[in-house]
Ligand binder design. Structure first.
Ligand code: ADP
Ligand code: SF4
Length: 602
């Protein structure tokens, strides 16, 4: 990676304190450091028994990085000057953030980048919850110094308002499930509890909350909790609104509703900052984009802002032309044409006849189908249409009405909602699940690409949403099964890891002659990951219809026809972009039956 220089220091040495276990290692970093060997103290053991690395003595050789048995050290050598733009550093050998995104009244500013490079830090600083120290973590930095640092920039008024307590902010946090602990009553009373709120019944209607708004918050589904949290943040009167991953758990239709709610805030002249990993959603909603890049846990740099189209194309290319920074070696590729189907001679793992499943208030009708060896079947459709029930019946956990499904196959299922209630570390949790953690192939195909080895020593109940998601995916794939079913694997996973996930799962399934069923609402992930698609339709919470699995062209057309959405292709990157409803292209593509792919492959 071609990286900029941070002035005053050409080196960043960062230590992941959770991973630095000096009692369990042989102090390899201290013993092998060539600067230490020459008599200087480049790495020492601090009073808290953790490594302390001198950035001024370090020559950047990287020996300690390779020698540390717990992956605790990151050393970054910088190459170009970016000036003295450090905004915050948490401590010695800790994460540091350079530059900030700029909120703009009347605009939605999107923030995208891998996890651990400072999106939350930036959000905390801009919302006034974290006083920036400009890198001086040892002494208190005065607001005067902070103001003079931002003199002449667009952020000066923003910080003046923070200092004078004049900035009002509203935040929709990432971890919406925490709302269950925060509010013990129903959703309606939560919304009405905000003083001077802009509550009206319209928001309940708009965010499709009417059937759940009177239920206790603890009983809500993930999508309902997400939309309630969005309503809660949107009706608060504020100058700046922050939405941290508002797409998670919502289906495509609900994502569009959420984007309307957020757009109304910017239309009223409010500043909106949006942190999001779903490229389609980010593209649809943002006016400007900042990309955050860097080394997770070590440093993050906020790129200058660009138009949404340019910003997302840069993200896809892994290259920032204005800053001449390459932050990824490969481009993200999209299928412009629907890919050819698997050979019809391919052995099937399961073949099932039509079946139904009736519950008191819900009925699921399934058309016959088969799932092939080596096939990744993407499932698309709205929430509450019976997708989980479908999988439970195939795996024999539930019975169909006529009990006519032969269930010799084993399905390993990763649920949508994850439980972090485990008080040991990741390594031990993985050991309780199977022996693959020692298997070199599994390590190479899944554990290392998803960087799970870097969180082996972390306690499971302290993991971030994205880290927990990766562990849950690994646990699902470690089990002995015929079909691996991943329910919303993209939730809380960043754009970079979504692409790694797509490649790893494809490779794992094909090389092991297994099958996978992937349920996800990130259309581009589903496009990249799946070989064929199964469309669920019906009426949310009333009846579901599982269609026969088909080629991607037909299923995607049928799905998007129901939503009345078409996608055009970006000329440069080939990436799909949502057309404006009833625009010339939208009408033209609808009449040509080109909702997503240009044509079906032969
Ligand atoms: P993102 O939101 O992009 O995932 P964050 O801003 O949450 O990134 O975190 C960036 C890095 O800063 C992470 O490595 C995180 O562990 C570290 N970090 C966050 N808060 C603190 C803190 N209070 N003290 C030390 N390090 C922190
Ligand atoms: Fe020592 Fe720096 Fe080399 Fe690590 S990277 S071994 S701290 S000189």
């Amino acid at each position: 990676m071609d990286l900029p220089v941070i002035s005053n220091s050409h080196r960043i040495a960062a230590l992941d304190k959770d991973n630095c276990l000096s009692k369990k290692c042989h102090l390899e970093c201290i013993n092998f450091c060539p600067v230490n060997k020459s008599g200087s103290e480049c790495i020492i053991l601090d009073s808290d028994e953790k490594a302390l690395i001198s950035e001024s003595l370090c020559n950047g050789c990287g020996i300690c990085v390779n020698k540390c048995p717990f992956d605790a050290i990151t050393i970054v050598n910088m190459a170009h000057e970016i000036g003295d733009e450090k905004i915050h550093q948490y401590g010695v050998n800790s994460f540091r953030l350079y530059r900030l995104p700029i909120p703009i009244p009347g605009k939605v500013v999107g923030l995208v980048g891998k996890n651990g490079v400072g999106k939350t830090t930036a959000l905390n600083i801009l919302s006034g919850n974290l006083k920036p120290n400009l890198g001086s973590y040892e002494k208190d930095v005065s607001w005067d110094d902070i103001l003079s640092n931002f003199q002449g920039t667009e952020l000066i008024t923003h910080f003046k308002k923070i200092i004078n307590n004049e900035l009002t902010v509203s935040i929709k946090p990432q971890a919406v499930y925490k709302l269950k602990d925060y509010w013990k009553s129903d959703g309606l009373s939560l919304l009405q509890s905000i003083p001077n709120n802009n509550f009206s019944d319209d928001i309940i209607e708009e965010l499709n909350l009417s059937t759940c708004i009177n239920k206790p918050v603890k009983d809500l589904s993930g999508g309902e909790l997400q939309r309630l949290s969005i309503a809660f943040a949107a009706i608060k009167e504020a100058d700046v609104y922050f939405f941290d991953e508002p797409s998670s758990y919502n289906d495509v239709f609900q994502r569009l509703a959420v984007s309307n709610t957020i757009r109304k805030l910017s239309d009223k002249g409010k500043s909106v900052i949006l942190i999001e990993h779903d490229i389609t959603f980010l593209d649809y909603l943002s006016d400007y984009i900042h990309i955050l890049y860097g080394e997770a846990g070590a440093y993050g740099i906020v790129s200058s802002s660009s138009s949404t189209r340019t910003g997302i194309n840069n993200l896809i290319d892994g290259y920032l032309p204005n800053e001449n920074i390459k932050f990824r070696n490969t481009k993200i590729e999209f299928n412009v044409y629907s890919p050819s189907e698997l050979n019809s001679e391919t052995q099937s793992i399961i073949e099932y006849d039509d079946f139904t499943k009736t519950y008191d208030n819900f009925i699921l009708n399934v058309s016959s189908g088969k799932i092939l060896e080596g096939q990744v079947l993407g499932i698309i459709g709205g929430n509450a249409l019976g997708k989980t029930t479908f999988m439970k019946i195939l795996s024999g956990i539930e019975k169909a009405d006529k009990d006519n499904i032969e269930t010799k196959i084993k399905i390993s299922y990763k649920p949508q909602y994850l439980d972090s209630n485990y008080s040991d570390n990741v390594r031990n949790l993985l050991y309780t699940q199977g022996s693959q953690i020692d298997d070199e192939v599994f390590n190479n195909e899944i554990i290392r690409p998803l960087s799970i080895n870097k969180i082996f020593e972390k306690n499971v109940n302290t993991l971030s949403g994205g880290e927990l998601q990766k562990v849950a995916i690994a646990i699902c794939l470690m089990k002995d099964a015929d079909i691996y079913a991943l329910d919303e694997p993209s939730a809380f996973i960043d754009v970079e890891d979504r692409m790694v996930l797509a490649r790893s799962v494809q490779k794992f399934i094909k090389s092991n002659n297994k099958s996978a069923i992937i349920i996800d609402h990130d259309i581009q992930l589903i496009d990249i990951l799946s070989d064929s698609l199964l469309l669920f339709d019906g009426n949310n919470g009333i009846n579901g219809i599982a269609n026969e699995p088909t080629n991607k062209f037909d299923s995607m057309n049928k799905f998007l026809q129901q939503l009345q959405i078409t996608y055009r292709r970006d000329i440069e990157s080939g990436r799909p972009r949502v057309n404006k409803y009833d625009s010339r292209l939208d009408k033209e593509q609808k009449s040509n039956n080109q909702y997503y792919y240009l044509s079906k492959a032969e």
